[in-house]
Design a protein around this ligand. Structure first.
Ligand code: GLC
Length: 743
C-alpha cells in the first residue's frame, strides 16, 4: 500500500510540473536555422565536454580558462558541476556566447544523488522492477533539482567476472534480468519525458561488452564472437534503446581489436543503423585520446578522426575534438555531414529538455531545497534496500532475532561504520552522520529497553592485526546471539577496483572463526559491491545475510531484516564462486562434450580436480524466513507450434511461519541447436507475495519467439526440437518438464 501511495505521489507531482511535449517539426526548423548560423568552431564546441576541476571522476587535465572557452562556445557540456547555483552561474556565462547555446550538465548519478540507494547490483537482487524504477525516478528528481540535466546511467554491462570491480554498477550476469532492469532504470531517470523538470537524460553505458574484460581487469581487452556479443552482451543495450534512452556512452575496452570509441560496427552499424538510435554518443573519460595507447591511433589528430567517423558524437575530456576536428574537416578527413549529424543529435537533446526556452529551468534553488530532505525518498530507499538483501543461510531458523533477546553482541569492523553504507559512485553530505545510521544505531533503535547491546570491533577491514580478537571473543561469550558484520570497504568495488583475490579482506574471516568457536549462535552479515569468496563461513556459520552496500538507510533495512520486520526476498543476480580459480563461472553455460555428472566427478570430464564442480551459490539463489513449496509444472500442451502459446503453471505454497515474497523463475533449455545452447536460460520471472499458509497459481506464457537465439549467421530464430522447461526459486533447484517445438 505504501509504495502505491508513493508512486501516486510521484506521478501526480510530475503531472503538476509544467511540461513541454516537443513539437518535432518546430524543433527541426529551429535546429536547422541554428546549425546554419554556427561556425565550424562553434559546432565542434558542442562536441566538446569537460569535467569541472572540483570533482574528478578520471585523470584531470588542468588547462586554460574554461570560462573563457564557454564564452567562445568551445564547450558544449560539463560533467561534475552540481548545484542549482553553480550550474546557473556557468549557464549565465554560456548565455554570453554569440549564439547563446545552453550548456548540458552531466553527472554520475548511479544509485541516487542526495538520497543514496543500494548499489545497482544490490537493487538487481531485488528483482523488483517497480522498486528499481522508483529508485531511478527519485534519483532523477533530486539530481534535476540540483541543476543536473543528464545522468551517466544506467550502466548495463553484463559481467560474469566478480574480479571486475564495476560489477557493483550493473545488473549481474543475465541478459534477460539485465534487460528488464535497463528498461526500468531508463524509465525511472527519464520519467514522463523530457521537458518535465524532474526528468533527466539517461546515458546507457558502456557500449559495449566492457564487462567481459580479460581477467576481470578494468579497461582491458574483450575478444568474443559476434554471436556471443548479440546473445549475451547487447540485449540490455537494445532494451534501453527500446525504452527510449536519450544517450549512450561508449567504453574503454577494445572489442575484437577495435576500441569501442572508434568502433564503427558498434556505433554506426548496430546502434545508429540496425537499432535506429537517434540520441547521441558520448565517449568515456578520455577514451578518444586513449586510442593512441591502444595502438589504434597514431596521435590525437588521428584519434579524433577515427572517433568522429565511427559515431562518437561528444568527446569527454580528451580534447582531441576541440584541438583537431576543424583541421580534419578542412582536410576532408571528416565530412561536415558527420559534424552536423553529431551536433544536431546533441542540440536536439538540449532542445527537448527545454534549455533553449529556459536555460535556467533546472537551476532552481528553491526546488533544490524542497528535495533536500524529502522523507518519502528516504522511505523508498529503505524499502528497496530491504528487498535487496539476500538470505544465504538460516539453519535452525536462527533468524530473525527476537527483539526481546537479552544480550546481543555486535562484532566486526563495519558495526559502527557510516559512510561505508553509501558504496562507490555515491555522494557524501555534511549531514551524513545524522542521516546515515550505523548498524549499531539501527539495532539500538530496533530492540527493546531490556536488550543489552555489546560491541567489539574485532579487527580492521583490511589490515592483519588480530589484537582485537580476544575482546571480540569475550564480548561474544557474554551474549545470547552474535551478529558479525564484515566485508569490503565501500571503495573496494567500483571503477579501477579489480581484485585478483575476492576473499573477504584482511583477517575478518579469521575473526568469524574465533567468534564462532565460542559456540554462541552467530549471524554473519557480509557487505560488498561484488560476490566474495567465504567458503569457511558458508560451511560453518548457521546464518548469513548478503547486504551489499545499501545506501543512506541501509543499516535500518538490515535491522528490519535481522529482527523480522522485513522477510528477506533477494535473489543473487550473479553466481558466487568458491574460488577465483573458477571464474568465469555462470549459470547459463554450455553443456560441453564431457559435462561433469556430479559435483565431484573428475573422470575425464570438464572439471577441476581440486575443487567441486559447482558455485558456492547459484544465480537466482536466495532464501526466505518462510518456506515456498512448488507443485509440479502443468503445461497446456507438450508440443508447441509456431503461433501457438505454451502456458506453464505452478502452484507455489507458503508453508512456513512468515508472510513473504518469492521470485518465481522460469528457465528453458534448448536440447539441440544449430549452435550449442546454454544448459539454462532465464526466460521469465514473477515476484509474488504469499501470506503464511497461502498458495498461488503462477502462470507463464511462452511462444516460439521466446525460444529464439542467434545462429552462426547471426539470424535471430527458433529451431524445432526438444526443450526442457524449469520453474523454481533459483537456477539450480527447479521443477522441470519437457516439451517439443514443432516446425
Ligand atoms: C568514468 C567512467 C564512466 C563515468 C565517466 C564520467 O571513467 O568509466 O562510467 O560516467 O568516467 O565520470
Amino acid at each position: 500500500m505504501k509504495r502505491v501511495a508513493l508512486l501516486l505521489f510521484f506521478s501526480l507531482s510530475t503531472v503538476l510540473i509544467s511540461a513541454q511535449t516537443t513539437n518535432v517539426s518546430k524543433m527541426n526548423r529551429f535546429l536547422d536555422s541554428l546549425i546554419r548560423l554556427m561556425t565550424l568552431e562553434e559546432k565542434i564546441g558542442q562536441m566538446n565536454q569537460y569535467s569541472s576541476d572540483f570533482a574528478a571522476t578520471g585523470p584531470i587535465t588542468k588547462d586554460g580558462d574554461k570560462q573563457t572557452q564557454v564564452r567562445k562556445g568551445m564547450i558544449g557540456s560539463y560533467l561534475n558541476v552540481t548545484g542549482a547555483e553553480r550550474t546557473r552561474s556557468l549557464q549565465e556565462i554560456a548565455m554570453q556566447s554569440r549564439l547563446k547555446i545552453p550548456l548540458l550538465f552531466g553527472q554520475d548519478v548511479i544509485h541516487g544523488y542526495r538520497t543514496i540507494f543500494p548499489l545497482p547490483l544490490a537493487e538487481a537482487a531485488s528483482w523488483d522492477m517497480e522498486a528499481i524504477e522508483l529508485s531511478a525516478r527519485i534519483a532523477a528528481i533530486e539530481a534535476s533539482a540540483a541543476g543536473i540535466h543528464w545522468t551517466f546511467a544506467p550502466m548495463v554491462d553484463i559481467s560474469r567476472d566478480p574480479r571486475w570491480g564495476r560489477v557493483m554498477e550493473g545488473a549481474g550476469e543475465d541478459p534477460l534480468l539485465g534487460s528488464f532492469i535497463a528498461k526500468a532504470r531508463v524509465k525511472g531517470f527519464q520519467g514522463n519525458g523530457f521537458g518535465y523538470t524532474d526528468a533527466v537524460l539517461a546515458c546507457v553505458k558502456h557500449f559495449a561488452a566492457y564487462g567481459a574484460a580479460i581477467g576481470g581487469r578494468d579497461y582491458n581487452s574483450v575478444d568474443m564472437s559476434n554471436r556471443m556479443l548479440y546473445e549475451t552482451y547487447l540485449p540490455p543495450f537494445k532494451a534501453a534503446v527500446d525504452a527510449g534512452a536519450a544517450t549512450f556512452m561508449n567504453s574503454f575496452n577494445d572489442l575484437n581489436g577495435v576500441p569501442a570509441t572508434g568502433n564503427r560496427f558498434l556505433q554506426r552499424d548496430i546502434l545508429k543503423g540496425q537499432w535506429k538510435f537517434t540520441g547521441f554518443v558520448v565517449s568515456d573519460w578520455g577514451s578518444v585520446g586513449e586510442m593512441v595507447n591502444h595502438g589504434y591511433a597514431k596521435d590525437n589528430y588521428e584519434a579524433a578522426m577515427l572517433a568522429a567517423n565511427a559515431g562518437s558524437d561528444m568527446d569527454m575530456e580528451s580534447r582531441a575534438y576541440i584541438q583537431h576536428l576543424a583541421r580534419l574537416v578542412k582536410e576532408g578527413k571528416v565530412k561536415m555531414s558527420v559534424i552536423d549529424d553529431a551536433v544536431r543529435r546533441i542540440l536536439r537533446k538540449k532542445y527537448e529538455l527545454g534549455l533553449f526556452a529556459d536555460p535556467y529551468k533546472f537551476s532552481n534553488v528553491e526546488r533544490e531545497k524542497q528535495q533536500w530532505n524529502n522523507p518519502q525518498h528516504l522511505a523508498a530507499a529503505k524499502e528497496i534496500a530491504a528487498k535487496s538483501i539476500v538470505l544465504l543461510k538460516n539453519e535452525k531458523q536462527l533468524l530473525p532475532i527476537s527483539k526481546q533477546t537479552k544480550k546481543i553482541a555486535l562484532v566486526g569492523p563495519l558495526v559502527k561504520a557510516v559512510k561505508e553504507h553509501l558504496g562507490f559512485w555515491s555522494y557524501d553530505w555534511d549531514d551524513d552522520s545524522v542521516r546515515v545510521p550505523s548498524l549499531y544505531q539501527a539495532v539500538q533503535n530496533k530492540v527493546g529497553s531490556n536488550t543489552q547491546l555489546l560491541y567489539a570491533k574485532g579487527c580492521e577491514l583490511t589490515d592483519t592485526s588480530r589484537e582485537g580478537f580476544a575482546e571480540a571473543v569475550t564480548t561474544a561469550s557474554n551474549a545470547d546471539v552474535v551478529v558479525i558484520y564484515v566485508g569490503e570497504t565501500r571503495n573496494m568495488s567500483g571503477e579501477a577496483k579489480s581484485r585478483s583475490n575476492i576473499h573477504i579482506p584482511g583477517v575478518q574471516e579469521e575473526l568469524i572463526k574465533a567468534v564462532a568457536a565460542t559456540g554462541k549462535p552467530v549471524v554473519v552479515l557480509i557487505a560488498a559491491g561484488r560476490p566474495l569468496v567465504f567458503n569457511w563461513t558458508a560451511e560453518n556459520v548457521p546464518a548469513i545475510l548478503y547486504t551489499w552496500w545499501l545506501g543512506t538507510k541501509g543499516a535500518d533495512a538490515i535491522a528490519d531484516v535481522l529482527f523480522g520486520d522485513y522477510n528477506p526476498s533477494g535473489k543473487l543476480p550473479m553466481t558466487f564462486p568458491r574460488s577465483e580459480g573458477q571464474i568465469p563461472i555462470y549459470y547459463n553455460h554450455y553443456n560441453t562434450g564431457r559435462p561433469a555428472k556430479s559435483e565431484t566427478d573428475v573422470n575425464y570430464v570438464s572439471a577441476y580436480t581440486d575443487l567441486v564442480n559447482s558455485p558456492q551459490y547459484p544465480f537466482g539463489f536466495g532464501l526466505s524466513y518462510t518456506n515456498f513449496q512448488y507443485s509440479e509444472i502443468q503445461l497446456n500442451k507438450f508440443s508447441l507450434k509456431p503461433g501457438e502459446t505454451l502456458t506453464a503453471t505452478v502452484t507455489v505454497t507458503n508453508n512456513g511461519n512468515f508472510d513473504g515474497e518469492e521470485v518465481v523463475q522460469l528457465y528453458i533449455r534448448d536440447i539441440t541447436g544449430s549452435v550449442v545452447r546454454p544448459v539454462k536460460e532465464l526466460k521469465a520471472f514473477q515476484k509474488i507475495k504469499l501470506k503464511k499458509g497461502e498458495h498461488k497459481q503462477v502462470q507463464f506464457m511462452l511462444t516460439a519467439n521466446d525460444l529464439r537465439f542467434y545462429n552462426d549467421k547471426l539470424q535471430y530464430m527458433y529451431e524445432p526440437g526438444e526443450f526442457h522447461l524449469f520453474i523454481g526459486g533459483n537456477s539450480r533447484d527447479a521443477k522441470h518438464v519437457k516439451f517439443e517445438l514443432k516446425k
